[in-house]
Design a protein around this ligand. Sequence first.
Ligand code: FES
Ligand code: MG
Length: 578
Amino acid sequence: MDDSNESKKPPLRRSQAWFGKQDRDGFMHRSWIKNQGYPHDLLDGRPVIGICNTWSELTPCNGHFRELAEFVKRGVYEAGGFPLEFPVMSLGETQLRPTAMLFRNLASMDVEESIRGNPIDGVVLLMGCDKTTPALLMGAASCDLPTIGLSGGPMLNGKFRGRDIGSGTGVWQMSEMVRAGEMTMEEFTQAESCMHRSKGSCMTMGTASTMASMVEALGLSLPENAAIPAADTRRNRLAQLTGRRIVEMVKEDLRMSKILTREAFENAIRTNAAIGGSTNAVIHLLALAGRIGVPLTLQDWDRLGSEVPCLVDLQPSGRFLMEDFFYAGGLPAVMREIQHLLHLQALTVNGRTLGENIASAPCWNREVIRPYTEPFKPAAGIAVLRGNLAPDGAVIKPSAASPHLLRHRGRAVVFENIEDFRARIDDESLDVDETCVLVLKNCGPRGYPGMAEVGNMPLPPKLLRRGITDMVRISDARMSGTAYGTVVLHTSPEAAAGGPLALVRDGDMIELDVPARRLHLEVSDEELARRRADWQPPEPPKRGWYKLYVEHVQQAHLGADLDFLVGGSGAGIPRESH
Ligand code: FES
Ligand code: MG
């Protein structure tokens, strides 16, 4: 072999370990893929781009993703790449039981192995509904190929009887109105068709929009990814540009780990505070950091984010919706406002720094996106609470809470699980008033299982009728990003893992002090030890994914990933299949 000639060859692409082989295996890899009509020269060593698609009719928020993928393909072809779209498990927040979160890690395994096992040089992740974003990010991070994120975009504003109604947030509000006798079921049913009237994901700053914003803040998408509505043709243009860019990223070998640095995560945490983002982002970013090998702790959320003001007046904390947010300038405008708090040199997928991307980002509406000096809410980031009720931490979103309840001492009204809660909360004789603290157990990662979004427990109807709209609520559950209230979440360790939450009884006094970051159960250590001796762990699931999950899921403060999925295995080429 002529060595001098060998050294002039371009580096072999990963996909060429399949398509470039001059033997029986190469025949098989090429010949079968040609049954879709691809010309031979598409297999000549150009970047092969996997388009990882979470399309499903059972995930309505991602129902337009086959169309979106076609725009990505345009861009890939234009830039000289070869796009191949593939499906992965799709997680729809509104249909999937017992909770989509139970399957986030399962979907991430699907993503990881689909990428690694196939002839792919770079990846476009099509993400939308809540859990589809972290699942794809986590799986791709464990492979660490050049990867770019593309979110599906939010729905247009909900419109009901002349006013805007927001995904989720409007449901929580109107269902309480029905329970309080202020709205008829007929009106409630009419609102269903009015709330979700276009393609896209929830148009409040719920988990989907939060995670789309996190993708952009981390530098993993092109600018403006967070807010362009799904129905706006500029979303398709972004998809096409994303397709063009991933081909370049493969040529530059711009891998995920070059983007997902500690600085990128710090930028995301601060941005989450500035947008009043979902508490779910805490869990997802901790898990993602674990996959890419960046040290990140629950405490980092409080330390980096809690003093950052919320600048956007968006539901669930405020008035407006994602469509308004986009027209006002979207995430680049917010990040520009907090640029003094960001690592501006952080590299993003377009090859430019974050600082370059946001340097001249305009704001068109100061009602929707406030200036840093006149924030919508001061010190609005996630607060991390500790105390004998949450030795490993619990979280609260002060921007969604009632100021008068942020320091509160009250009598516990305890529910053993969500069925117990639903059976008793509407009972007029339930011994509860607005000073009480509602405590819900067994809704954590292992307990539910999957850590359901039930932490924003509905209030007793007799209090709603008296005009009470908020109470302190504590659980090991999560809360929908579209929800609000003085709700303490993610209590760790959870009840089902024997955390102190399991030991709370009716009548115990609980002290919440958010400014002091304290969550205290006023019961002596001796009494808690006596109660612990009586405690029985729940029966574990017997088979299948539930069993694997419950045996291996980590607690919320670690991101609720499976213990054996933390870290990555790279994108090494597996051995031949035949
Ligand atoms: Fe899918 Fe909200 S339910 S994004
Ligand atoms: Mg949700």
